[in-house]
Design a protein around this ligand. Structure first.
Ligand code: F6R
Ligand code: MG
Ligand code: MG
Length: 366
């Protein structure tokens, strides 16, 4: 059976500040999606959140980029925004960059990851959702999962993984795309995806048969809006087992928290820590950036789950390391590399602060 899994997300108001989500917003989203399921549009759905971001996880048969499904997500965010405004929640409607829906949520503020698949006899999928960071945060993790044999044993010993994976990489500044095959083009791939603010992995395919293995949201709000409007707080879907990396190989990638851009005011590098659902609220310095993992078994499009995959002591050390790294890097205050590079600070409120100094700079004779 062909089924589409759509994960569409937006920050439509924080509680308190940018730290978490008011339960009412999730109730509103739940009501909307339940109606859509009763009408037959959705096979199944699950409403969740990480920090102040609301995620709509939906299964259906409309294919990717379906106007009907995107409109449903948009209308749901609008309805929840009404509630957020009534409660005067913080930044109500912040990610909805326009008033009117025009066919596709892409470019309108919400982030999305979608895949249409032929459901296997058993189809385990993991949906990762992060807060206080941007889409490039997935680069190192996707590399570890699909191209690093020290992380993923199957690359060496499973004949279906052994041929490697194809990475689809976007240059989000120039809006171009390149496909690179691993293991042969590993060094080229790394040359690009090490620049996480510019090159972002959009999808990964299995080389054996071209099957889609993972898809990530790549929307960069600051490039859409031309100014800082909150971090993009990305999501991604990864398929597991039977010729894809095992659940444990996928999760293994998260045991070493990478430094990612985001954290306070979207302007600082901090460790991306894997947390259980109940720790998804951000706190210290509006962070640290964090990621949750929701595991599902698909059954004819039904979402059997979720299992809270980071709710396990085997991630305690990653969280401890994350806290240690936060202690270390926080002591740098406004200095790089805790603070983002000057290029990236262009999209924040910093340039407006520096405006008054413009006329104070005197020309130097060499
Ligand atoms: C990070 C984020 C927060 C805010 C910060 C200041 O993505 O959204 O760290 O940037 O709380 O928010 P304002 O300027 O709205 O007071
Ligand atoms: Mg927010
Ligand atoms: Mg957020």
């Amino acid at each position: 059976m062909k089924v589409t899994l759509s994960v569409i997300k937006a920050d439509i108001g924080g509680y308190v500040g940018h730290s978490g989500m008011h339960p009412r917003l999730m109730e509103v989203a739940e009501e909307k999606l339940r109606e859509a399921q009763e009408s037959g549009l959705l096979i199944d759905y699950f409403v969740t959140r990480v920090g102040d971001d609301l995620q709509l996880i939906m299964t259906h048969t409309q294919g990717t980029e379906s106007e009907t499904i995107h409109k449903l997500a948009w209308d749901t965010f609008m309805a929840a925004t009404e509630e957020a405004k009534a409660l005067k929640l913080y930044g109500a409607g912040q990610d909805l960059l326009t008033d009117t829906f025009s066919g596709n949520v892409k470019g309108m503020g919400p982030g999305l990851a979608e895949m249409e698949i032929e459901e296997r006899p058993s189809e385990p999928v993991i949906i990762f959702m992060a807060d206080k960071t941007s889409p490039g945060a997935w680069n190192i993790l996707l590399y570890r999962i699909f191209a690093d044999p020290f992380n993923t044993a199957g690359l060496v010993i499973d004949p279906k993984l052994h041929p490697g994976f194809t990475f689809e990489v976007m240059d989000i500044r120039n809006n171009t795309l390149v496909r690179l095959d691993t293991p042969e083009e590993t060094y080229d791939l790394l040359a690009l995806i090490g620049s996480i603010e510019r090159f972002v992995i959009r999808a990964v395919y299995r080389r054996l048969d071209g099957e889609i293995a993972a898809v990530a949201s790549t929307q960069k709000l600051s490039l859409i809006a031309g100014k800082y409007v909150g971090k993009d707080d990305p999501v991604m879907i990864v398929r597991a087992q039977s010729g894809f990396p095992a659940v444990g190989e996928i999760l293994e990638a998260f045991t070493h928290p990478p430094l990612v851009p985001g954290f306070m005011r979207g302007s600082h590098f901090g460790p991306l820590i894997p947390v259980p659902f109940h720790f998804s609220n951000t706190a210290r310095f509006d962070g640290p950036p964090r990621v949750i993992a929701a595991g599902f078994q698909l059954a004819e499009g039904r979402l059997v789950g979720p299992r809270d995959l980071f709710d396990d002591p085997s991630f305690d050390r990653a969280r401890e390391m994350g806290n240690l790294v936060s202690d270390y890097i926080r002591r740098m205050g406004p200095f790089e590399p805790h603070r983002l590079s000057e290029d990236e600070m262009e999209y924040t409120t910093l340039p407006s602060v520096l405006k008054h100094l413009e006329n104070r700079f005197q020309k130097l004779e060499d």
